[in-house]
Design a protein around this ligand. Structure first.
Ligand SMILES: [Zn+2]
Length: 319
């Protein structure tokens, strides 16, 4: 009993002591488990440039259209080192890096707190003890606007998935999660069809509701060849190029009254379009960056293409 009471009072004291330090604005962050920062001799957080490069890359990749699984896989393939020196990456790590306010220089303190000083058990702080939000507590790795754009983009993708009944966006195929059925509103998935006894492989996209139950045609929509999608996308890109000045003016005008995500997008569109005359060849990374969705109306190539700046066009391929 005494022991318990002692433990309780120790625990309270300890929590109180920690809180006092926070109130005085003294920040303690375990930088060892935290990509991008070191501590100087006085205990202040300083940027670890080698690691900060990775953090910036993750933010950029995400805003360039890559999903968290895609980013994880690429970091592993390139054997990029994590904070602990290994090149093992988890999707959950990437997600928490993208959400972490510390990269914009802020800190939320007391996300967890000690409930039992003897066992050192810590629990998530759901409001039992005060949390402190400290702005500009240390140097930022990510610009505030970019950080905000990432949070909005996460929200946008989440909503898109909910609307189209997708568990998560897998961006490893350029059209995955972006081709929408004009009949039932769900996403298309890719299938490989064999012609001529397996000699000819044909990649086609088809409504994922079509054969959901074996033997039952679940949706009446038509399939569409991947080549048709590529051609349609490049046609839209060419419309942008041919009407370059119109679009540049439009994006520049819209920059002012936009949120952080739209601003990031408009700037990206301007950066891509301004210097180039595009080639006609399908560009996968361009597709990830600028394509929002393709709504397939029929199997003959009639579709509506929407880009991430909000531009929407109808395509009528004759193939
Ligand atoms: Zn359908």
């Amino acid at each position: 009993m005494l022991r318990q009471e002692e433990s309780l009072s120790l625990s309270l004291n300890s929590t109180w002591g920690v809180r006092r330090r926070f109130e005085q604005g003294k920040v303690t962050i375990n930088e060892k488990k935290f990509l991008g920062y070191d501590k100087d001799s006085e205990g202040n957080l300083i940027i670890n440039e080698r690691q900060a490069v990775i953090v910036r890359r993750i933010y950029k990749d995400f805003l360039d259209g890559k999903g968290t699984a895609h980013i994880t896989r690429e970091l592993e393939e390139e054997k990029v080192k994590n904070w602990n020196g290994t090149s093992k990456w988890y999707e959950s790590t990437i997600k928490s890096i993208l959400r972490n306010e510390k990269y914009k220089g802020d800190a939320i303190l007391q996300k967890t707190y000690t409930v039992d000083f003897l066992t050192k058990e810590r629990v998530k702080n759901t409001g039992k003890v005060p949390k402190y939000y400290v702005e500009e507590s240390h140097p930022a790795i990510i610009e505030l606007e970019t950080w905000e754009a990432v949070q909005l983009e996460m929200e946008r993708r989440k909503k898109f998935c909910e609307e189209h009944n997708i568990k998560k966006l897998d961006t490893r195929l350029p059209f995955w999660g972006k081709v929408i059925c004009g009949v039932c509103g769900t996403v298309y998935c890719r299938k490989t069809w064999m012609n001529d006894g397996g000699k000819n492989k044909r990649k086609v996209w088809i409504c994922s509701n079509r054969y959901r139950t074996k033997g039952v045609k679940g949706c009446d929509s038509k399939h569409v060849d991947e080549e048709v999608l590529k051609k349609a996308f490049m046609e839209v890109v060419n419309v942008l190029v041919e009407n370059k000045q119109h679009f540049l003016d439009k994006w520049r005008a819209e920059l002012e009254d936009s949120n952080a995500l739209k601003q990031y997008r408009f700037k990206m569109f301007i950066r891509i379009l301004e210097p180039t005359s595009m080639t006609g060849e399908f560009d996968e990374s361009l597709c990830l960056k600028i394509l929002d969705q393709i709504k397939v109306i029929d199997g003959k190539g009639k579709m509506y293409i929407t880009l991430l700046d909000g531009t929407s066009m109808q395509c009528k391929n004759n193939n």
